[in-house]
Design a protein around this ligand. Structure first.
Ligand code: TXA
Ligand code: MG
Length: 342
């Protein structure tokens, strides 16, 4: 057990402390615009191993390397295609992660032995300040214990990581709330590995065709099929109780829940639908009319639902398209892609 310091991302002195901890191989949870990341110096293999230990993350799941300026991209990657620079000019700083061929200087532990590395330049000024203070790119997965919802505020990180890491840098609530889009640029046609803050539509407008490598990515997995994309095979974001996604119209979903409303039943839905589920615990995570609010509220809602009193969670199936693809994907993972047509 280590003593975890609590630092403020809005205090320059605390940013300097975080930078010093990172330079000597420590682990610091940092705020970004998507979710909090569990950061350490990407060039320090021993330090990176500490991240896997603190998270309980399988060593075959690679990390994202965070940079504070575009020049750092070519210190990590080789054969960077024009598409990468085009995307960087449109979407960086921001919630887009690019997978590119790695240079030998990137330790294998960061990429789980893959010949590619995932790189992102975050929009959060606090995240960039701490990368700059560390003086090296930072390897950082989301700062949750493996399998838990990603943390969108410092208290979530504290709940998962107190005593396991050197410091938490509190930068307030994350404004986006779901993780970055992961795009693989190493194949002929760019492949969407994870939908996120930059949408599939925005990527196609910039690049032409972008394929979703796996139907599960956009929540379209046929029954009985297992996801293939890296990172997709892990059960994730899930509260203790099983999550079942209800597709179909609101009336049918309400009737289904009423019929199956045993003790410990909970519903996860948008504010607009709250009133159609009487006599049951309802957790709302945002407004259907504002996809950004749903993205921002999802992980906190999943944490609220992680309660020993709750036995089963029925979640309304989110709409598809734009930012909602990311919401649908995360909820799909929480439910192990169990969708019930009511
Ligand atoms: O918004 C985010 O991306 C946050 C913040 C902290 O930046 N980070 C994050 O990291 O979500 P993590 O480790 O929870 O998710 C990274 C995803 C995983 O699904 C991993 O499998 C995939 O990116 N990934 C990383 N490196 C890869 C690579 N070389 N090839 C394919 N997938 C990769
Ligand atoms: Mg994660």
């Amino acid at each position: 057990m280590i003593v975890t310091q609590r630092l403020s991302a809005f205090q320059p002195d605390d940013i300097a402390v975080a930078g010093a901890i990172l330079r000597r191989g420590g682990v610091v949870a940092i705020p970004t615009e998507t979710v909090y990341g569990l950061a350490t110096a990407a060039d320090n293999a021993v330090a990176v191993e500490r991240i896997f230990a603190a998270k309980g993350r399988p060593s075959d799941n690679p990390l994202i390397v965070h940079i504070a300026d575009i020049q750092a991209l070519e210190t990590l990657c080789r054969d960077v295609p024009d598409e990468a620079f085009l995307l960087a000019s449109r979407f960086w700083p921001g919630p887009l992660t690019l997978v590119l061929p790695k240079k030998d200087t990137v330790p294998d532990v960061v990429t789980a032995g893959l010949p590619t590395v995932a790189v992102r330049l975050p929009a959060s000024p606090e995240a960039r300040a701490v990368i700059t203070a560390a003086g090296v790119p930072l390897a950082a997965p989301s700062a949750n214990r493996a399998g838990r919802p990603s943390p969108t505020c410092a208290d979530h990180v504290w709940a998962d990581m107190n005593g396991r890491i050197d410091a938490v840098l509190d930068g307030g609530a994350c404004c986006l709330g779901v993780e970055s889009t992961v795009l693989d640029l190493t194949s002929q046609i760019p492949r969407l590995l994870r939908p996120g803050g930059v949408t599939h539509e925005e990527l196609e407008a910039a690049l032409g065709v972008v394929v979703a490598v796996d139907p599960a990515v956009l929540g379209l997995l046929p029954p009985g099929e297992k996801p293939r994309a890296p990172g997709m095979k892990y059960r994730h974001y899930a509260p203790e109780a099983p999550v079942v996604i209800l597709s179909g119209d609101a009336k049918a979903a309400a009737a289904y829940v009423q019929k199956n409303n045993a003790k410990g039943t909970a519903v996860l839905c948008a504010e607009e639908e709250k009133s159609i589920f009487p006599d049951v615990l309802v957790v709302c995570y945002g407004r259907e009319s504002e996809p950004k609010s749903l993205a921002r509220g999802l992980f906190d809602a999943l944490r609220q639902l992680d309660d020993p009193e709750i036995q089963i969670i029925y979640a309304r199936r989110p709409a598809a398209g734009g930012l909602m693809d990311a919401v649908r994907n995360r909820l799909g993972k929480a439910a192990s892609f169990q969708i019930l047509d009511v």
